[in-house]
Design a protein around this ligand. Structure first.
Ligand code: SAM
Length: 314
């Protein structure tokens, strides 16, 4: 059914009669959502997030789209089939992965050019995030087609929000290189980034990576979020060196892992250093300006700088 036909049908309910006897999977579909009343998707590429563990972490809209698109491209069709079975979906499934990406891209572009809709899913979470799809998105845009995000789970955000570390600014750096020297080289420019850092990592490499992170980034507070949304979900919080020591001793943890690291440590500004700064600033201006300058340049809390500037002035 095309979009216009659907709109017509919805404006005239008598043309959309309920089936006499709904199939069991349709009853289930109605119970969990709104699939039957969703419009057929417009032509375009739908980037659909799927669960990262718990199968119920999928949106109603994602189910609508997967039920209605002309084709679903999946990183691994066997993994995708399990998800589809859980929700009684029977889409036309095709593979889109590293090894067939070029040919599959051509097929997808032809499908879109024919006015059809295509969904892209990965094995878990949000496609394109440390997963295939970026080149496809670029090609789809270049060919003048639309891309629709169908947002949902992603391990990076799930990990970040369980870490208890600052979330106002963060940098996602995906997987680090497996070899030590390349890993340290990749970490070096991240040391000065004023933000929390988020990485994906594997169990066997975790202890070594944490040790490199501690030595290149400094011994910052960090968290290891493991098996998120699954049975053995665990978040361990400590400094990087403590975490490195823990996993070196305990052995590689099983399952999937997100590493979250706090921003660079603020070096504590001593009272003497603050006084020296304020005395000089007070020769040029008033208490308020001196305190603002100290807060901005030394990174001390404005309240502390203001209180001390008042005392010095007095
Ligand atoms: N596209 C996915 C996303 O949006 O999260 C990520 C795909 S990437 C190939 C897979 C990596 O994500 C895993 O190696 C692990 O680092 C992380 N990951 C995926 N699921 C996870 C989970 N349930 N708990 C912790 N980390 C997970």
């Amino acid at each position: 059914m095309r979009v216009d036909d659907w709109r017509q049908a919805m404006s005239n309910p008598s043309s959309d009669p309920a089936p006499e006897a709904a199939a069991p999977e349709q009853i289930e579909a109605d119970r969990i959502g709104v699939r039957r009343s969703s419009p057929p998707p417009e032509a375009g590429l739908y980037v659909v997030a799927t669960p990262i563990g718990n199968l119920r972490d999928i949106t109603l809209r994602a189910l609508d789209i997967l039920a209605a698109v002309d084709r679903v491209y999946a990183e691994d069709t066997r993994v995708a089939r399990k998800l589809m079975e859980a929700y009684s979906l029977r889409p036309r499934l095709y593979a889109y992965h590293e090894h067939n990406a070029e040919a599959a891209r051509d097929d997808i572009l032809k499908t879109l050019a024919a006015g059809q809709s295509v969904a892209l899913i990965s094995d878990a979470g949000t496609p394109l995030i440390s997963d295939p799809g970026f080149k496809l998105a670029r090609a789809v845009i270049a060919a003048g087609h639309r891309i629709f995000p169908i947002p949902g789970a992603s391990a990076l955000l799930a990990g970040l929000v369980t870490a208890g570390l600052p979330t106002d600014r963060f940098l996602f750096a995906g997987f680090l290189p497996p070899k030590e020297s390349a890993r340290r080289t990749a970490l070096t420019p991240l040391a000065s980034v004023e933000a929390s850092l988020v990485f994906y990592e594997t169990g066997p490499r975790l202890a070594e990576s944490l040790a490199d992170m501690a030595s290149v980034l400094g011994d910052r507070p960090a968290a290891i979020a493991r098996e998120l949304t699954k049975l053995f979900e665990e978040t361990r919080r400590a400094t990087l060196s403590q975490l490195a020591a823990h996993y070196a001793q305990a052995g590689p943890p099983k399952g999937e892992i997100v590493v979250i690291i706090g921003p660079p440590l603020q070096t504590e500004v001593s009272d003497a250093a603050l006084d020296a700064f304020l005395r000089e600033a007070l020769t040029r201006g008033g208490v308020k300006d001196a305190a603002s300058e100290a807060a901005e340049q030394l990174g001390v809390p404005r309240k502390r700088a203001y209180a001390r500037a008042l005392e010095l002035k007095a």
